[in-house]
Each structure stands twice: as structure tokens, then as C-alpha cells.
Design a protein around this ligand. Structure first.
Ligand code: FAD
Ligand code: NAP
Length: 479
């Protein structure tokens, strides 16, 4: 499978896009969580209705399966019966039905390209799309006109030695993806017998079938860029795990020796673990090793380690698994994503940070970066919302930083304080915000960053608009 660069990634409706109106999650019925789905897929139940048989699906056949209780969708040439998955889909049944009986690849890529559907839906696989009718005589010319990208030299160099089978190949293309399907007519082709290489504008795939080799060699009109094949993951080793609060831990992962990865300020990555045989991916925002670390070691940036503050939810799917990892175990870490831009700091004078719970994580690097690099900065204020004092992440570091750097102030607001708490109480409100968000000068350049549970962030952003802050002055972490 080849991915051609998409100019518009993240796609307009994807989860990765902030302030896009967002992808709404639909409340799932009891017993319809991701873990429940994994359990169902492991139960041995026939989820396709085909008793484990894989079939070739024609376009006509695909079109017939367009109802909720009989819904097939094609993704990248493979057809899935998604009816059993309907009630488990976090985006709701209606979203899935948009692709019923058709090719849902583009829709899927727009909304959640990072989800590993091959793993999630493997028990729903009906088969692959059937080979199209015999190619016309002017095959190569026609392909060229159809896609405008493949192949540059009109003749794809497909060589098949005479043998027991005669494989064929086909391909199809969307704006961002070229899929090449090789039909070997063999049941048990394993990954060892397939070799795929691409360099610059040359693509080569060799399939070994018994004593024969089937080779496709294609010249592409553009060089392929490595990192466009969805999200690229590398395995990182767990180096340490320390308590930051009673339920939140600082994880330190070591990047592989050949990897250079510096996650930009305000961006997140995806962590991937295999849970009960299914690959699960969740987003997390890397932090610095501590709030003051970048002041301590500004000379040699440390690119070898990547740190995360992660709250463990005992009833959650991913975090308990992460918590059970032993030092030395591996977690896959994706390339960074997000739409926060350092340019938002340009000539900034007042920076206000509104964080709730682990919504504090993007604020860590923002805080460190702004205090170290923005010479125009007069004031940075963090309003940090938590349930109780015990939930405040890095409280003493924040207080130390406020003591050390006169530009920085922190205020804690608790929704479930004990009777001893003398600080602010309650939830985000217009009153709290209007008192907190005072410009240092009448017309000072302001940026307000807000992150926390989605309803907190959305509510907060509405209040900021009501307080007459402009769109450019607000960055909501709404991914
Ligand atoms: P989940 O299985 O998602 O469950 C979370 C909670 O909801 C649990 O208490 C669970 O019991 C409850 N729950 C689950 N399903 C249901 C249901 N159907 N009905 C009622 N309750 C339910 N988190 C961090 O800790 N640190 C970060 O740096 C961080 N960065 C993020 C960055 C981004 C861009 C985003 C979007 C999120 C980030 N998160 C971060 C949150 C993180 O991605 C996960 O959502 C979080 O870790 C929970 O994952 P989980 O699988 O353990 O829990
Ligand atoms: P939490 O402890 O449950 O809540 C933190 C504080 O926010 C509490 O005071 C809580 O009050 C309050 N709160 C919760 N919902 C609210 C609402 N609708 N309106 C006003 N206040 C509300 O938070 P958490 O468990 O750490 O969760 C953090 C969230 O941040 C997660 O949802 C995570 O996905 C998100 N996050 C997003 C990003 C990103 O980049 N997009 C990064 C990191 C984290 P109560 O006492 O009333 O609950």
C-alpha cells in the first residue's frame, strides 16, 4: 500500500483538528465499550455470517448490503460486515451508515485515520473486492488518464513466470492513497513471501509462490515520502515511572537510538499497545521531565527521552494496561500531531492558561517555552481546576516556579475541596474568568490556552468569547 502526501492532513473532520466543530462521541449503551467489543471478537462468534469463509465481493454485491442489520463497508479494498460493530462505534451508527454498501476509505481517513481498523475489525472481514472485468486493450493509457499519477513510464513492468498460478494485480487511488492489490489465488501467502521496497519514484513488490516469483516494478510519477503512510510508530522502552499524584504518573520512555523525535510545543502523540490481541491507540501530550528542567539544562536539549504525565483510570481500557508495564517493556509512540503553533507566541505579552485535570499536560511545555523564549512576555498566569488538593499535578513545582519567576502566577480552583481549603472553589465560570483574565496593559497582546475534559474546554471557550476575547486570542485543545 502506498500513501501519497495529503496536503490537507489532518483532514477537516478528523479528531486531530482542533476547533473544527469536533467529532461528536455518541453515548454507548451499557456493555458496548471498546473492551466489550474486543471480548466479542474473541468469543468465536461468527461475526460475518460467512462461517469464516472469505469471499470476493463485487461492487454490485457490496451495494446490496446497505442496511443497519446487513451493512458491509469497503476500506482499502477489503470488505467488512460492520453490522455487529454498529452499537460499539463511538461515533454512532449513523456515521457508519454513511458508508453502508460502499467504499468508506475516504470517510474513514477523514475521521480517524489513526485507528487500527484492520485489528479492530479483523473478525468482520468478509473478503476483498473482486477483480474488475478484464482490462481493456489500451489498459496503460486508460490508467494514466484515470489517475494522473501512476505510472510514469507507461508500462508497469509486471513479470509473471509461467507457473501453477498466474497472479494479477490491480490498483486504485484516492487523493492521498494508492492501493496496489496482488491477487495470488493462494490461500496461505504469508508475510515472509512478500517483499516490498520503494525508493524515490520506484516501487517494487515481489511475491514468492511456491518456486515462482511474481514481480511488479512500477515507476511512479512522484517520489514517495516515507512518513505519509498514516502515523508512523516506533517502539520506545519504559525507563521509569514515578507518582506525580495519587493517580497520575510520570512515565519516561526512551526513543530507539536511531530516532530523532522532538514533539513540538502543544502537540500530542499516540501511544499504542496491544490489549487482548487488539491494537489500541490513545493520544497523550508529552511534557518536560519537570517544570524547571528546561531552566536547568538549556544547553544540550535532551532528545533521547520522552515524558508523559498520565492519569490511571482503574476502569479505563488503556491506562491500567500502561500502568502494568514493567521497566524495560515497550510502547509504540507515533509522530506528533496537533495544530498549536509557536507563532501564536509572537510578540505575546500576557499568556493565560486554563487547565482542568490532565488538561495541564500541554501547558507544561507551553509554560517552559514561553518563559524561556518569549522576550516580550510580561505575565503568565495558570488557573488550574481540580477536584481536590490531592489531584493537583506538580503543585509544589508550580509554587516554586511562581516564587522563582515573578512573571508567573498560579491559582488553584477546587470543585470538591475539604473544609480546610482557603483557595478558590467551584467550576469554571464567567466570574472566575473575568477576575483572572486581566491584561497587564490596556492593549497588551494576549493568548489564552484552555484544556481539560471536552465539556470544560467547550464551555470555557464560549465564556471567553462572551468576555470579548477574539478567536486569535484563544487556543482551545479540542482534539
Ligand atoms: P477509558 O476506557 O477511555 O475510560 C476513561 C474513564 O471513562 C474511566 O473512568 C472509565 O471508567 C470511564 N468510561 C469509559 N467508558 C465509559 C462508558 N461507556 N460510560 C461511562 N464511563 C465510561 N490523558 C493523560 O492522562 N495525559 C495526557 O497527556 C493526555 N493527553 C491527551 C491528549 C489529547 C489530544 C486527548 C484527546 C486526550 C489526552 N488524554 C491524556 C486522555 C487520554 O487520551 C485517554 O482518554 C485517557 O488516558 C483515558 O484512557 P483509558 O483508555 O484508560 O480510559
Ligand atoms: P477531572 O479530574 O475529572 O476534572 C478536573 C476538573 O475539571 C474538576 O474540577 C472537574 O470538576 C472539572 N470538570 C469536569 N468536567 C467539567 C465540566 N463539564 N465543566 C466544568 N468543569 C468540569 O479531569 P481528568 O480526569 O484529569 O480529565 C482530563 C481531561 O482532559 C480528559 O478528558 C482528557 O481527555 C483531557 N485532555 C485533553 C488534552 C488535549 O490536548 N485535548 C490533553 C490532556 C487531557 P468535577 O468535580 O465536577 O468533576
Amino acid at each position: 500500500m502506498l500513501n501519497i502526501p495529503s496536503q490537507s492532513f489532518p483532514a477537516p473532520r478528523s479528531q486531530q483538528r482542533a476547533a473544527s466543530g469536533g467529532r461528536s462521541k455518541v453515548p454507548l449503551k451499557q456493555g458496548r465499550s471498546l473492551m466489550d467489543w474486543i471480548r466479542l471478537t474473541k468469543s468465536g462468534k461468527d461475526l460475518t455470517g460467512l462461517k469464516g469463509r472469505l469471499i470476493e465481493v463485487t461492487e454490485e454485491e457490496l451495494k446490496k448490503h446497505n442496511k443497519k442489520d446487513d451493512c458491509w463497508i469497503c476500506i482499502r479494498g477489503f470488505v467488512y460486515n460492520v453490522s455487529p460493530y454498529m452499537e460499539y462505534h463511538p461515533g454512532g451508527e449513523d456515521e457508519l451508515m454513511k458508508a453502508a454498501g460502499s467504499d468508506g476509505t475516504d470517510l474513514f481517513d477523514q475521521v480517524h485515520r489513526w485507528v487500527n481498523y484492520e485489528s479492530m475489525l479483523k473478525e468482520c472481514l468478509v473478503g476483498r473486492m473482486a477483480v474488475k472485468p478484464a482490462v481493456p486493450k489500451d489498459y496503460h493509457e486508460e490508467k494514466k488518464v484515470l489517475n494522473g499519477m501512476l505510472p510514469k513510464s507507461q508500462v508497469p513492468n509486471a513479470l509473471a513466470k509461467e507457473g501453477p498460478v498466474s497472479p494479477s494485480y490491480d490498483w486504485f487511488q484516492t487523493d492521498s492513497l494508492v492501493t496496489i492489490v496482488i491477487y495470488t489465488k493462494q490461500k496461505d501467502v504469508n508475510l515472509d513471501s512478500v517483499r516490498v521496497d520503494h525508493q524515490y519514484d520506484s516501487f517494487r513488490a515481489e511475491t514468492i509462490i511456491k518456486d515462482y516469483s511474481y514481480l511488479i516494478h512500477i515507476e511512479l510519477s512522484h517520489a514517495i515520502q516515507e512518513d505519509f503512510s498514516g502515523l508512523y510508530y516506533r517502539k520506545c522502552q519504559l525507563i521509569s515511572k514515578e507518582d506525580a499524584t495519587h493517580d497520575t504518573k510520570l512515565f519516561c520512555l526512551m526513543l530507539p537510538p536511531s530516532t530523532h523525535l522532538q514533539v513540538p510545543v502543544g502537540q500530542h502523540v499516540y501511544l499504542k499497545l496491544t490489549i487482548a490481541g487488539t491494537e489500541i491507540v490513545k493520544p497523550y501530550t508529552p511534557v518536560s521531565a519537570s517544570l524547571l528542567s528546561e531552566f536547568k539544562e538549556p544547553v544540550i536539549p535532551n532528545n533521547k527521552y520522552i515524558y508523559f504525565l498520565i492519569k490511571i483510570y482503574p476502569a479505563g481500557l488503556f491506562t491500567p494496561e500502561l500502568d502494568h508495564l514493567q521497566i524495560g517493556d515497550f510502547v509504540s509512540v507515533s509522530n506528533p500531531e496537533g495544530n498549536f503553533k509557536i507563532s501564536q507566541f509572537q510578540e505575546l505579552e500576557d499568556l493565560f492558561l486554563l487547565a482542568a485535570g490532565t488538561g495541564f499536560t500541554p501547558m507544561v511545555k507551553i509554560l517552559n517555552y514561553a518563559l524561556t523564549n518569549i522576550s516580550s512576555l510580561r505575565k503568565v498566569k495558570l488557573m488550574f481546576f481540580n477536584k481536590t488538593e490531592d489531584d493537583i499535578i506538580w503543585r509544589s513545582q508550580l509554587e516554586k516556579l511562581a516564587f522563582k519567576d515573578k512573571r508567573f502566577d498560579v491559582e488553584f480552583v477546587l470543585s470538591k475541596p475539604t473544609s480546610e481549603w482557603n483557595g478558590k472553589k467551584g467550576h469554571i465560570s464567567l466570574d472566575l474568568l473575568s477576575e483572572f483574565l486581566k491584561r497587564s496593559l490596556d492593549k497588551s497582546k494576549v493568548l489564552i490556552c484552555i484544556c481539560g475534559p471536552m465539556p470544560f474546554t467547550e464551555q470555557g471557550m464560549r465564556m471567553l468569547h462572551d468576555l470579548n476575547f477574539s478567536k486569535d486570542e484563544i487556543h482551545g485543545f479540542t482534539a
